[in-house]
Structure formats: C-alpha cells, structure tokens
Write a protein of this length. Structure first.
Length: 416
C-alpha cells in the first residue's frame, strides 16, 4: 500500500485506563504504528483527564464538528488511504462525507461490540423474557447492520458475533474480519512474579460506570449476590472500581457489609493482582469483557455469567466458574475464594486462554495482510456488494441534505 495515511474517526478520545473500548482502540492504533502509517485521530468529543496523549505517539489529533462542511475540505486535503470509523454512529455521521470526498479510501468499521445485541438483551431483561430474534431485530440493529453493509470491512471482536452476523443477519463473510483483543504473551517469568493465593485477599469487580451493563451488575451484586457471599465470608470485602462513578453509584458504598465503591483505578493490574477473585455477574452486554481479560492477565480467577464469558474461552476451560443462577454464582464464588487448589487450576486456565487465543503478533499480521488484499481488490469487492452500494447512495442523498439544512440553520442562529 503506497499511501500510508489513515484517518480514525473516534466516537470518543481513547481512554484505555477507563474502558475496554479504550484499550481496544490503542491495540488497533498499534497495528498501524508498526506498519509505519501516518495516523490522524479525529473526534467530535471533548478530552478528559483520562484521555491518552496521542501526539506523544506521533499521531495527529484533530477536533471535528458535526454538520460542518469544513470536514470535507479537511479530509480531501488529508487524502487518507484508509478511514476507520470507531462504532457505527461515527460512520452514520461522517461516512457519507468520506464517500463523497474520498471515494477510493477503504472504509473500516470498528464495531467494538454489536450494539444491537447488547440493546436486544437489555430490552429482554427489562421485559423479563428470554432473549430471542424479536429482540435482536431492534431499531439499533437496522442502523448498525446498514453501517456494516456500507463499509468495506467491519472488525468483529467476538467469534459469537461473527457467527450471529453471518447466520441471523446473512452478512457476507467477506465484509467481516475477526479481530479480538490483541495481547502480549503471559510468560513463565511474569507468572512467577504475580502474587500467590495466600498473598491476595477480597473480591473485586471493575468497569466504566457509564456503561449500562456494568451499572446493572453493581446493583445485582449489592441486592442479590454479595449478601449471600458476605454471609459465608463475613470478614471479606468486595472492592468495586470504575471510571465516572456518579453520586447514585456512591450510594451503594456500604462498609458495614464489606461493600466498597473505590472509584477510578489508576492501575488496573495492581488492583487485579491484589484481589483473590473477580466477580462479573453481567445480565446483558456484547463483545469481549475487558474485566475478564484483565483478570486472566493478572492471575485472578472469576465467577461470572454466561454473557460475561461470551467469546472468550472457545474450546478451552474458563478461568473460573460460569453460572447464571445468582444463588449458585454466590456459592461458586465462595468455593473459588476458599479452595486454593481449585483457585490455582482456574488461574492456570486463564493464562492458557490468553496465550492460545489472544496473542497479538498473528492477529496483527493477518489484519495487515487482509488490508493489503482489500486495497488491491477494492473495486471488484464493491461491485459484489450491491446492497452496500445502494445503502451508500441513499445515505449520501438523505444525510447530505439534512446535514446541510442543519448547518445553514446553525449559521442563521449565529448571525442573529
């Protein structure tokens, strides 16, 4: 690929210490840095104190606006070979401008996780009914699948979601690329440095509190699961870490019952290594769960639900217990906490999962090979995706004029 420019349009500035999504974005950026791409990261979002300084990595940072024709001039001058949209919402907002201004650029959608799957599961949970296809085919799905079809390739983080897209939504496999978390090897030397079973204490859970599945799991822990664990282990505590804890979250803080809201974790590895067991009772969600990955990396076995474990273990044994019944989950959590032999076995399972399924070198190489092939075959690939071409046509026509109308309306307001 001669043109080595890539524009990444982010939903937010990357915050790897705050969320799995932030870590995922930095892993993708690393792929392009290794291949010496000139990277520009643009977003409409405002930076926070947790945002990575991308300029220190040699990445250009660009603040962009919605409904602003100046973006067209910006992207024409940049002339990227690749444009990557972080989540389908950014493709909805800027995809048509890329189609109009840089028609030859490869359009990549980083799905992060399937938002329609997460939304469908949330709706089923609210209705207290089993999740099925009627919940999957929600309004978010119509938008997200259209975005996938408009792009040249979509990055899918979970094998489960790859299968779902191909079987339930009938997406052509050529439009999808499986790219999970890309991690370093857990070496024997690193394992030997980790705290042992006897050097650890307490339970832990972690997750961005702005993420609905995380907030829901904290409520579930407080009301149904932790009281059962605390009855069996009255001297043991649960430490809950996460960015952006609201006053509502802090109201769960209950030291008398060993339930501690700790807030933002400056060092996730340190937090995980000090804990004996990680709890992840997620009732809805999608993608791969960063808290389970962090737990496995740091040798912390988990008690989790099926949704928390989804896409992680393949045919391998998990790093803990998977249980959807809350009473049984509490029992398994106590067992894992109290049985050193079982704890050591589950810890070893986690190391094997990381080393067998998520080592970055092979995934980075496969991804770049895929992009090289895509660049050479782009015209023929697009000819074979008539549905995508049709959706691009109508999206450009409808969104273009709506955006221009909003832009003119905003100008009128400023002038008045």
């Amino acid at each position: 690929m001669k043109n080595k420019k890539i524009l990444i349009i982010g939903h937010v500035w990357p915050e790897p210490k705050s969320s799995a999504a932030g870590s995922r974005m930095m892993q993708l950026i690393e792929c392009f840095i290794l291949k010496e791409f000139q990277i520009t990261f643009a977003t409409t979002s405002t930076k926070s104190s947790n945002s990575v300084n991308l300029q220190e990595l040699g990445i250009l940072e660009e603040k962009i606006k919605l409904n602003d024709s100046g973006f067209n001039d910006f992207v024409k001058n940049l002339d990227p070979a690749i444009v990557m949209f972080d989540r389908f919402m950014t493709e909805e907002q800027f995809g048509w401008r890329i189609t109009e201004s840089c028609p030859d650029a490869i359009k990549i959608l980083n799905t992060e996780d399937l938002h329609c799957l997460r939304k469908g599961r949330e709706l089923a949970l609210l209705d207290e009914l089993p999740f099925d296809i009627t919940y999957l085919y929600n309004e978010v799905a119509k938008r997200e699948i259209a975005s996938i079809l408009r792009c040249d390739i979509s990055l899918i983080i979970s094998e489960f979601e790859m299968q779902l897209l191909e079987s339930d939504f009938k997406i052509d496999p050529s439009l999808l690329h499986y790219l999970p978390f890309m991690l370093g090897e857990i070496t024997t030397k690193r394992i030997e440095k980790l705290p042992s079973y006897s050097d650890r204490q307490h339970f832990v859970t972690i997750g961005n509190f702005l993420h609905k599945p995380n907030l829901d799991s904290i409520k579930l822990l407080k009301t149904k699961i932790w009281p059962l664990i605390h009855t069996e282990l009255p001297d043991v505590q649960l430490h809950i870490f996460g960015a952006y804890a609201s006053e509502k979250v802090h109201q769960f803080h209950d030291p008398n019952n060993g339930f501690y809201i700790k807030g933002f974790a400056k060092n996730v590895d340190s937090v995980m290594q000090s804990a004996k067991v990680c709890l992840a009772p997620l009732q809805f969600g999608a993608g791969l769960k960063g808290k389970i990955i962090d737990a496995m990396k740091n040798g912390t076995p988990c008690a989790m639900t099926t949704i928390a474990s989804e896409g992680l273990f393949g045919n391998l044994e998990s790093n803990g217990f998977i249980e959807n019944n809350y009473s049984l989950l509490a029992i398994k959590a106590v067992e894992l906490y109290s049985d050193e032999q079982k704890w050591n076995q589950k810890q070893s399972n986690g190391f094997r999962v990381i080393n067998d399924r998520f080592i970055k070198d092979s995934f980075q190489q496969q991804f770049m090979i895929h992009l090289e092939a895509l660049a050479k075959e782009l015209p023929s690939r697009r000819l074979n995706n008539f549905t995508g071409a049709m959706l691009n046509h109508h999206h450009l026509q409808s969104t273009k004029y709506m955006s221009r109308w909003i832009e003119e309306k905003q100008k009128t307001k400023l002038n008045n």
